[in-house]
Design a protein. Structure first.
Length: 561
C-alpha cells in the first residue's frame, strides 16, 4: 500500500505538466490577480476538496437523491461566469466582494479571512474542481471506476488523498508565483486592470466551452498533440508493484478466469446511463445483465467506419445471442440531425440491426466510458467486469475469440468457428475524414478566408492532396456548409470510395458528380444520411468536383474507403 501511495503522490505532482490541466491554469492565474495573500491557498484547497469529494461520492449522491449530475456542472459554469464578469467590470466586482464578505461572516470566516481573499478563492476553487477532469492514468482510472460502482473504502480514500496532495503542491506554487508576478512586478503592475479584464474574457470563454462540452475536445486534442505526457504517466504507473496493488484494491487478484481465459480484467464496467430512448428493447442496465456477456458498441449511423463494422456486430449477435451474448449499440450522435429518433430507426432497419440500441443523445454513457472514438467496443463478462476494449475497425477474429472465451466462462456451450466476412478495414493511407463545418475544418484551400455566415468563394485550381475548396455561394456554420447560388466543391483525394454526410432541404435536391473532369453521375438526396459518391475498384489519387443543383443543401463530412 505504501508503494501505491508514493506513486499516487508522484503522479499528482506530474499533473501540472498534463495537457488536461492547461485550460485550468489561466483561470487560476486570473483568480489570483485580485484578493489577498490567502487567495492562492483558497483556490488550491477548493479545487482539491471539490474534485476529491465529487469523485468519491457523486455516484452515491445521484443514487440517493436522484438528481442530474449536470446540475453541479451548470452551477460551476454560473460561478465561473460571475467571476469573469467581476474581472471585466469593477463595479460588479465590488458587489461580489460585498456578497462574499457577508457570506464569509455568516460562516464564521471573519473580516480577516475576507481581506486575505481565502474565502473568495475557495468558492472559485470549488467550482473549478467540479468541472476539471485530469488526464487519467491507471491509478486515477482505478479510483474513478471503483467510485462509479460505489466501491469506495478507506484505501481508495487514502490513494485519492495522496494523488490530490501531489497535485496541490505545484498548483499552489503556480498560483502564488502568478499572484506575485501580477501584483508586485513593476512592469506589470500599471497594467493590472487591463490584465484582469483580459483574464475575465478568458474565464467567460472557458465557461462557454464547458457549457458546450468543447473543453473536452480541447483537452483531447492537447493530449494527442503532447503524447509524451501520456507515455511518461503510463510508464510510471504501469510499474509491476503498482499494478499488483491496484489489482488488490480492485479485487482483481482473487479472480482467475474459470476456463483459463487469455483476457485481462480491466475493472468494473461503467454503467449505461442517461439514455434518451431505447430502440428494439425495453430500458436495461448492466447490473440487470449480470450472468450475460455484454458487448457495448459505440456507433453513429453516418460514420463509415461504424458502418463497416456493423456486419460483424450483427453477425455476432445472431450467432451467439442464444448462448448468452447481449449486444447494446450505444448510438452517440456526431451531428445534430443524428439525434432524431426517426433517422436512427431508419438506419436500424437499413443495416438489419436486431439488438438493443440506446440513443445517447446527451453523451452521458459516452462520457461515463471516457470514450473518444466511433466505433468503439467494450466487452464485459458475466460479473460485469470489463475484459476487452477496442477502438476503430479491424481485429474482428480477435474480438470474436474474446466473445467465445467469455461465453465459455459462463458454462454455456459455445458455437465454434469464426464468422467468414470480408474485412473492409483500409490498409492504405487514405485521405482522412474531412469535416466541412468551421469548428473542425482542416485542409480547406479556398482562395478566400472562410468565415461564419454567407459569402462567395473561388475554387482553387491547384489543390494539394487531401485538400478541398468551395466555389460559389456558401453559408458556413460550425457543423456544416450550406449550398447557395452556384455552389460547387473540389476535393483532391486518395481512396477507392468517397462518402458524404448530407441533409437535403427537400426531397428534390440533386447533386452532380464529376471525377477527373468527367461527369460520372447524379445523386438524388432524399433524407439526412451518408451518401456514397464514388466507388472505384482500387484506391488512387483523383479530383472530385461536385455541383449542387439546389440551395439549402447541408453537407457535413467526407469519409473514405
Amino acid at each position: 500500500m505504501i508503494i501505491l501511495l508514493v506513486f499516487a503522490f508522484i503522479s499528482g505532482l506530474l499533473t501540472i505538466l498534463a495537457p488536461c490541466i492547461w485550460p485550468l491554469l489561466p483561470i487560476v492565474l486570473s483568480a489570483t490577480s485580485t484578493g489577498g495573500r490567502g487567495k492562492p491557498l483558497g483556490i488550491t484547497l477548493g479545487i482539491l476538496a471539490s474534485f476529491t469529494a465529487f469523485t468519491l461520492t457523486l455516484s452515491y449522491l445521484v443514487s440517493m437523491f436522484h438528481f442530474d449530475p449536470d446540475t453541479l456542472r451548470f452551477t460551476a459554469i454560473i460561478i465561473l461566469t460571475i467571476l469573469g464578469l467581476s474581472l471585466l467590470m469593477p463595479r460588479f466586482s465590488a458587489l461580489i466582494e460585498v456578497g462574499v464578505g457577508r457570506l464569509s461572516a455568516l460562516l464564521g470566516g471573519g473580516t480577516g479571512v475576507q481581506r486575505n481573499g481565502f474565502f473568495g478563492g475557495l468558492i472559485t476553487g470549488l467550482s473549478l474542481g467540479i468541472v476539471w477532469s485530469p488526464c487519467a492514468g491507471p491509478i486515477l482510472a482505478s479510483i474513478a471506476a471503483l467510485a462509479a460502482t460505489q466501491m469506495v473504502e478507506s484505501r481508495i480514500i487514502l490513494v485519492t488523498l495522496a494523488y490530490m496532495a501531489g497535485t496541490g503542491i505545484p498548483l499552489f506554487i503556480f498560483a502564488t508565483v502568478g499572484q506575485n508576478l501580477l501584483t508586485k512586478t513593476r512592469v506589470l503592475s500599471p497594467f493590472l486592470g487591463r490584465i484582469q479584464q483580459f483574464f475575465g474574457v478568458v474565464i467567460i470563454v472557458t465557461a462557454v466551452g464547458i457549457w458546450t462540452n468543447y473543453d473536452k475536445v480541447i483537452q483531447a486534442k492537447l493530449l494527442e498533440a503532447v503524447p509524451a505526457y501520456s507515455n511518461l504517466l503510463f510508464r510510471l504507473e504501469q510499474n509491476k508493484k503498482v499494478r499488483e496493488q491496484l489489482d488488490e484494491l480492485s479485487g482483481r487478484q482473487t479472480r482467475e478466469p474459470e476456463t483459463g481465459s487469455f483476457l485481462p480484467d480491466l475493472g468494473p464496467a461503467p454503467e449505461i446511463i442517461g439514455i434518451s430512448r431505447w430502440l428494439n428493447s425495453e430500458p436495461m442496465t448492466l447490473s440487470s445483465l449480470r450472468g450475460k456477456v455484454v458487448l457495448v458498441d459505440f456507433w453513429t449511423y453516418t460514420c463509415i467506419n461504424c458502418i463497416r463494422t456493423l456486419p460483424f456486430v450483427t453477425g455476432w449477435y445472431e450467432k451467439y445471442k442464444d448462448g448468452g451474448l447481449v449486444v447494446v449499440g450505444v448510438h452517440t450522435p456526431e451531428f445534430e440531425f443524428e439525434k432524431k429518433t426517426e433517422n436512427v430507426i431508419k438506419a436500424i432497419a437499413m443495416y438489419k440491426i436486431n439488438y438493443p440500441v440506446a440513443q445517447d443523445n446527451d453523451y452521458m454513457t459516452w462520457n461515463n466510458y471516457d470514450n473518444l472514438y466511433w466505433p468503439a467496443k467494450y466487452l464485459i463478462d458475466k460479473e460485469g467486469r470489463l475484459r476487452l476494449v477496442h477502438s476503430g475497425e479491424g481485429e474482428y477474429r480477435e474480438i470474436e475469440r474474446a466473445i467465445q472465451s467469455l461465453l465459455a466462462e459462463t458454462g454455456m456451450p459455445v458455437v465454434e468457428g469464426i464468422l467468414d466476412l470480408p474485412d473492409l478495414t483500409p490498409t492504405e493511407r487514405l485521405t482522412p475524414e474531412t469535416y466541412l463545418g468551421l469548428a473542425r475544418v482542416q485542409r480547406l484551400e479556398s482562395r478566400e478566408k472562410a468565415k461564419i455566415g454567407t459569402a462567395g468563394y473561388t475554387l482553387n485550381t491547384n489543390l494539394t492532396r487531401d485538400g478541398f475548396s468551395f466555389g460559389g455561394e456558401w453559408t458556413l456554420s460550425d457543423e456544416y456548409a450550406k449550398s447557395g447560388l452556384g455552389s460547387t466543391l473540389d476535393l483532391k483525394f486518395f481512396a477507392a470510395k468517397v462518402f458524404l454526410v448530407i441533409t437535403p432541404r427537400t426531397t428534390e435536391d440533386r447533386l452532380t458528380i464529376f471525377l477527373d473532369g468527367k461527369k460520372v453521375g447524379e445523386v438524388e438526396l432524399d433524407e439526412p444520411r451518408l451518401y456514397q459518391l464514388i466507388n472505384l475498384p482500387t484506391a488512387g489519387e483523383h479530383l472530385l468536383h461536385l455541383e449542387f443543383d439546389s440551395t439549402g443543401t447541408q453537407i457535413f463530412a467526407f469519409t473514405f474507403g
